[in-house]
Design a protein around this ligand. Structure first.
Ligand code: ES4
Ligand code: ZN
Length: 326
């Protein structure tokens, strides 16, 4: 219908996307064979069946296992290219993509292998698909601060390719204060700070992200809406939020899509965006997320257009570059 056609043709940016979370079961099995990696899955159906999660940690356990098939620069290229080709058809013209180097260096894959493969695909997408991009290197919050500093040291050798630093993985038990020093160092090196906060964690985590890590964008931030004062602050400051409706549903942060906070955030005057997070694991890419909330939250065409415009307003591309996208 008309809304679906509108969603398909609107230019959009995606600002919350873990490249390792785009690994489709079929590519996972192909790479397992190619690299002789053992997986507990025999078929695409086996993999799909395993993707029933009760919480963030349930998902993370399978996410880290799945990515063990990624070994060579070519693997990282193929993964990234498959995502870019898919979202080209969604009208995506810009992506700010997370990657988790510690999840790879921890199992003996070099930082340069990971980054090299991703960058090759991003450059190819710029030339051949007209898609622009920025990379966000995430620190894994369940690992010690010292290992985050190691990742930062690697990133400093590649400032031409890495724009921002983020914070992801298990939020419960690993609050922002643990990463205050490494974020200060990263900001000092010129990286723009963002963080996953208020996904499974509290509004206090969102506040600490802003005040201690000095984040310039909030990944998820659902729980911020439980705190009226914080909500008012975010509206006043226009700090962007990258929300992920299908992710929230599949990780049981919300019981149904009708509970997605996207519309409430818009109505409260927040700069909110819609994103896919880990599309292979959560059952939908960017436009699937737009379609899902259009239906569940009864969004108007005006709301849909606003969300697409917000995706560029909330991005880190310069104002002059933004004109080229809208
Ligand atoms: C993630 Cl949904 C989500 N939350 C936290 N960390 C993550 N890493 C990949 N996906
Ligand atoms: Zn995420």
């Amino acid at each position: 219908d008309f809304a679906n056609a509108l969603i398909d043709r609107l230019p959009k940016a995606e600002l919350h996307l873990h490249i390792e979370g785009t690994l489709e079961p079929e590519l996972m099995l192909t790479l397992a064979k190619r690299n002789k990696v053992q997986l507990p899955y025999e078929s695409v159906e086996d993999v799909a069946k395993a993707y029933e999660f009760d919480c963030l940690q349930d998902f993370l356990d399978l996410y880290y296992m799945g990515m063990s098939v990624l070994q060579t620069e070519r693997d990282f290229h193929d993964l990234t290219w498959a995502y870019l080709l898919k979202v080209k058809a969604d009208g995506l013209t810009h992506v700010e993509m997370f990657f988790d180097p510690q999840a790879h260096t921890d199992r003996g894959i070099s930082f340069e292998t990971v980054l090299g493969g991703i960058v090759l695909a991003l450059e190819q997408a710029n030339r051949e698909l007209g898609i622009t991009s920025k990379l966000i290197m995430c620190f894994l919050r369940h690992l010690p601060e010292e290992q985050a500093f190691d990742a930062l040291e690697c990133a400093c050798k590649h400032k031409d390719h890495i724009f921002a630093v983020g914070l992801d993985s298990s939020e419960k038990g690993f609050p922002p204060p643990l990463f205050e020093r490494v974020f200060a160092a990263a900001r000092g090196e010129g990286f723009t700070p963002v963080a996953h906060v208020g996904e499974e964690g509290t509004a206090e985590n969102v506040r600490e992200g802003l005040d201690l890590l000095k984040i310039e964008r909030i990944d998820h931030g659902n729980q911020a809406l439980s705190d009226p004062e914080l909500t008012a602050r975010l509206a006043r400051q226009q700090t962007p939020l990258t929300m992920c409706p299908l992710s929230n549903l599949r990780l049981k942060g919300i019981p149904t899509l009708g509970h997605s906070p996207v519309k409430r955030a818009m109505d409260a005057g927040l700069l909110v965006t819609v994103n896919s997070d880990d599309p292979s694991y959560f059952g939908g890419y960017l436009n699937d997320n737009y379609r899902a909330i259009h239906q569940a939250l009864d969004l108007s065409e005006k709301d849909i257009i606003k969300l697409a415009k917000n995706s560029f307003a909330a991005s880190f591309i310069s104002d002059s570059e933004k004109q080229a996208h809208i």
